[in-house]
Design a protein around this ligand. Structure first.
Ligand SMILES: O=C(O)C1=C[C@@H](OP(=O)(O)O)[C@@H](O)[C@H](O)C1
Ligand SMILES: C=C(OP(=O)(O)O)C(=O)O
Length: 429
């Protein structure tokens, strides 16, 4: 097993980081480029393992995709340009790839088989496959279609009117992508507002989608046209350095070009509520996806309660927010976050288990966790459990630990942030 030895930092963190491309938008740029007509050029694409899995699946579906140093070029031929794959579609570790891909394949009149890694094999799929079956698709898989391997034979789709039982951008997006191919108008009612990158991208590719509060309506039979995409930096990646800058004494970090889509900025709201010394300079607000520069300085933080509608807007940031809370004064309570149990790992269990090893005072609850702040962290051996966000959270924790931290399975970090350690090291004085 691979591991890495991490030393505590002796000094504050200082420097400027250009945050790598947003993972959610990178996936969608390949998918939309593939189902649109024409040539789509994507700049600042995230070359993380998950997005590379998306490229590999669309190549197997017959799409020509060029990867250059600064640009991905996709030669789309519309939905009808997708061809039956000769081989298994392997989504690797990526929940976004498999769930959105199912929505696209639902309307394609051919057979596909989808597989992924060990973690994907434990993530629930009926949240997508059940509503797709209602639209008329044949899908099957292990345990009655709940888990991979999955098989799908798409074809004619009826529209649906669907009230979502979970707040999930992946489920919403899969149904929108199927709805684009259905005969008639599909309506989806969200449980809570989740990231809206799919909706923005439909408009960017010349399509139409209506949103009224939490009700989304999309007409079937739409044709999309290629569009160039500039991917902003990923706020979920920036989150690790926002927290590092706030908790390591004598720090000042500038994070450039961070995506500031309001459906993703829950972490900024919560850090502000906790008293973070954070400054935001937003770029042109009318952009397809808003972005800006963030400056974070060492902060004096207070515990808080994180619950309700903000949860989907910071769901992937909860592991690093848990670390932040260990350094705040007082108690932080995270509720309404049971979705954490079905991510790359059960993130309630892995966060609590690994931070406890480092000396944090943290308890798991049914739908979140309770963190008692103001704890000193010690060193020790911890594991990412193969979950990129747990690995990066533990690497940031090591900066404050009294002794060395040995991190097992750090390689999983390349799923969303391949140059994480070089960025981290560049901040050390
Ligand atoms: O649509 C997306 O790009 C994502 C949606 C979220 O998942 P859910 O839809 O399961 O909440 C998030 O956790 C994931 O990292 C990316
Ligand atoms: C949950 C995540 O991604 P996915 O669902 O795409 O695997 C994540 O990146 O934290």
């Amino acid at each position: 097993m691979e591991f890495i030895k991490l030393q505590p930092t002796m000094n504050g963190l200082e420097g400027v980081i250009e945050i790598p491309g947003d993972k959610s938008i990178s996936h969608r740029s390949v998918m939309f480029g593939s189902i649109a007509q024409g040539v789509t050029r994507v700049t600042n694409f995230l070359p993380g393992d998950d997005c590379l899995s998306t490229i590999s699946c669309f190549r197997k579906l017959g799409v020509v995709i060029e990867e250059n140093e600064n640009e991905i070029i996709i030669y789309g031929n519309g939905f009808d340009g997708l061809k039956e794959p000769n081989d298994l579609l392997d989504v690797g570790n990526s929940g976004t790839t498999i769930r959105l891909l199912l929505g696209i394949l639902a309307g394609r009149p051919f057979f596909s088989s989808l597989i992924g890694d060990h973690s994907i094999g434990k993530r629930p799929m009926t949240r997508v496959t059940e509503p797709l079956k209602t639209m008329g698709v044949q899908i099957d898989g292990r345990k009655n279609g709940e888990y991979t391997p999955l098989s799908i034979r798409g074809g004619h789709l009826n529209p649906i009117h669907y009230k979502m039982p979970v707040a999930s951008a992946q489920v919403k997006s899969a149904l929108i992508l199927a709805g684009l191919q259905a005969e008639g108008e599909t309506t989806i009612i969200e449980k809570a507002e989740s990231r809206d990158h799919t909706e923005r991208m439909i408009r960017k590719f010349g399509g139409e989608i209506q949103k009224d509060n939490r009700t989304i309506t999309v007409k079937g039979g739409q044709k999309l046209t290629a569009s160039d995409i500039l991917v902003p930096g990923d706020i979920s990646s920036a989150a690790f350095f926002l927290v590092a800058g706030a908790i390591v004494p004598d720090s000042e970090i500038v994070l450039k070009n961070v995506g500031l889509n309001p459906t993703r900025t829950g972490i900024i709201e919560i850090m502000n509520k906790m008293g973070a010394n954070l400054e935001i300079r937003q770029n042109a607000a009318d952009a397809f996806e808003p972005a800006g520069d963030l400056t974070i300085k060492t902060s004096s933080l207070k515990g808080t309660v994180i619950e309700g509608d903000v949860i989907p807007r910071l769901i992937d940031e909860i592991p690093i927010i848990a670390l932040l809370a260990t350094q705040a004064e007082g108690k932080t309570i995270i509720k309404d976050a049971s979705e954490l149990k079905v991510k790359e790992t059960n993130r309630i269990d892995t966060v609590v288990q690994e931070l406890t090893k480092l000396g944090a005072s943290i308890e798991a609850t049914e739908d979140g966790m309770i963190i008692h702040g103001g704890t000193e962290l010690k060193g020790g051996t911890v594991s990412s459990h193969g979950d990129h966000r747990i690995g990066m959270m533990l690497a940031i924790a090591s900066l404050l630990c009294k002794d060395q931290v040995e991190l097992e399975n750090p390689e999983s970090i390349s799923v969303s942030y391949p140059n994480f350690f070089s960025h981290l090291n560049s901040l050390k004085n």
